[in-house]
Design a protein around this ligand. Structure first.
Ligand code: NAI
Length: 245
């Protein structure tokens, strides 16, 4: 049986690595993004591993485009077993200066899209015996630096939305979990400094593959005793007590 996974924000970063690693593990990925150019490049790479994979251009802020992206994935690939709600944006700006439009853009991109993709996907998953939904939150749902209000609110919202959806979709055998990454370096890893690595309990900065491996674990039907949960993947940063001596 084919295993179909829909991944949002798949053109680059964590989403791209996740698409590659799912393809290597025998899944057929549907890559969702609004960056046409990067999406095309990533699809070419994923095709080398799984030629049946597809890409769908979609702005996750747009509810109609979400409905169409899920329908197109299901119809072209013949099913839907897993959704990874990964697309996200951030903006660091003083709460005194953040405009209502900026607040709304971040909420619509990071949070509303998670609800809409999950709901649309669940309509198909419920008819085929279940599936798994994995939402990308952040350690910033739990800890803060200044000027991160909108981003933090979306990530905290994702953690709460995750357990609410896990309860609502339980009868349909759909698990819903979130992952809270810490610092995951999506650029050139060799440019990181010693201090960047050393400050983590794990003694290194995270990589996209640290997240994709957890996604693969949660997507595995045998692991369906885990639902409504949030998994921190941050090299121990949120467990590290920081007193200045
Ligand atoms: P990234 O910026 O490298 O990639 C995000 C992708 O989402 C891009 O391909 C972008 O085109 C796409 N995207 C953004 N807005 C979109 C929209 N409206 N419609 C469709 N696609 C859209 O981000 P990265 O670092 O790979 O992060 C992925 C997820 O992980 C995000 O939700 C982020 O908040 C979360 N995260 C990342 C951390 C990190 O250290 N990299 C830490 C904690 C959470």
């Amino acid at each position: 049986m084919n295993k179909i996974v829909l991944i949002t924000g798949a053109a680059q970063g964590i989403g791209k690595q996740t698409a590659i690693d799912f393809a290597k593990a025998g899944w057929i990925p549907s890559l969702i993004d609004f960056d046409q150019q990067e999406l095309a490049k990533t699809l070419t790479e994923v095709h080398q591993i799984e030629p049946k994979s597809i890409s769908v251009h979609c702005d996750v802020k747009n509810p109609n485009e979400i409905i169409k992206a899920v329908l197109e994935t299901h119809d072209k690939l013949g099913g839907l077993n897993c959704v990874i709600n990964n697309a996200g944006i951030s903006k660091w700006k003083s709460p005194y200066e953040l405009s209502v439009d900026e607040w709304d853009e971040i909420i619509q991109t990071n949070l509303r899209s998670v609800f809409l993709f999950s709901r649309e996907a669940a309509k198909y998953m419920s008819k085929s015996g279940g599936g798994s939904i994995i939402n990308m939150a952040s350690t910033r749902a739990f800890m803060s630096e200044p000027h991160s209000e909108a981003y933090a609110a979306t990530k905290g919202g994702i953690v709460a939305l995750t357990h609410a959806l896990a309860a609502s979709f339980a009868e349909e055998h759909i698990t819903v979990n979130s992952i809270s990454p810490g610092w995951i370096h999506t650029g050139d890893y060799s440019r990181l400094r010693k201090i960047d690595h050393e400050q983590h309990l794990a003694k290194r900065v995270g990589k996209p593959s640290d997240i994709s491996r957890a996604c693969l674990f949660l997507a595995e039907p045998d692991n369906n005793f885990i639902t409504g949960e949030n998994i921190m993947i941050d090299g121990g940063m949120t467990r590290k007590m920081i007193y200045e001596h």
